[in-house]
Design a protein around this ligand. Structure first.
Ligand SMILES: Cc1cc2nc3c(=O)[nH]c(=O)nc-3n(C[C@H](O)[C@H](O)[C@H](O)COP(=O)(O)O)c2cc1C
Length: 185
């Protein structure tokens, strides 16, 4: 697949880094916002990022700034409330919001992983608007039925959910197949 991955300045940079690792065999154009860089450095130091091409967040001449550039899907992970607002309202003042707008205009898969808690009414309404426009809203919300033991398990669960929406097979978390497995039936 040909994908755009954007990492913005919300907590959870590890989610973006982990997704990039999982997409190693795909063609990935990466954009990291300035705040995304800062939070990533704070949370992870200087992680190795896997990507095919990378564009500066204000480079509106990048190929992915144009809807004519063919892309299968885009993921904003993690997604700040600021970038969510921009995408929800078509305020395309940087490359992330512009590429996301292209995805919505072209009817391509757009997955947003918004991280904030608690949520403001504005954020809730922006999620609603983005969903109505066609985006998948996938907050990094945990499940406990697969008995996670570590932060890594939790990260893999969320990234696995993102891959599910892209139709990319993975073994990042144990999918629910019913209670019979646990009972040894
Ligand atoms: C350590 C740190 C953590 C942050 N976490 C969040 C967060 O979880 N969600 C969020 O919406 N903003 C968060 N912010 C604020 C955003 O980084 C800020 O609003 C920024 O302007 C977003 O810009 P961007 O969307 O271009 O990346 C955080 C900032 C810092 C410094």
């Amino acid at each position: 697949m040909k994908l755009v991955v954007a990492i913005t300045g919300a907590s959870g940079a590890v989610l973006g880094v982990r997704l990039l690792q999982e997409l190693e065999s795909h063609e990935v154009a990466l954009v990291v916002t300035e705040a995304g860089e800062q939070v990533m450095r704070y949370e992870l130091g200087d992680p190795e990022l896997v990507y095919s091409s990378r564009f500066a967040p204000h480079d509106l001449t990048a190929p992915i700034a144009s809807s004519s550039y063919p892309v299968d899907a885009m993921v904003v992970i993690p997604c700040t409330m600021k970038t969510l607002a921009a995408i929800a309202h078509g305020y395309t003042n940087d490359l992330v919001s512009r590429a996301a707008d292209n995805a919505l205009r072209m009817g391509r898969r757009l997955v947003l992983v918004p991280r904030e808690t608690p949520l403001s009414l504005a954020a809730i309404e922006n999620m609603r608007a983005a969903r109505l426009a066609g985006a998948v809203i996938l907050p990094p919300v945990m499940a406990y039925y697969f008995a996670p033991h570590s932060v890594d398990d939790m990260t893999n669960f969320v990234v696995g959910k993102v891959l599910d929406t892209l139709g990319i097979p993975h073994h990042l978390y144990r999918q629910w197949t019913g209670p019979h497995e646990e009972q040894g039936e």
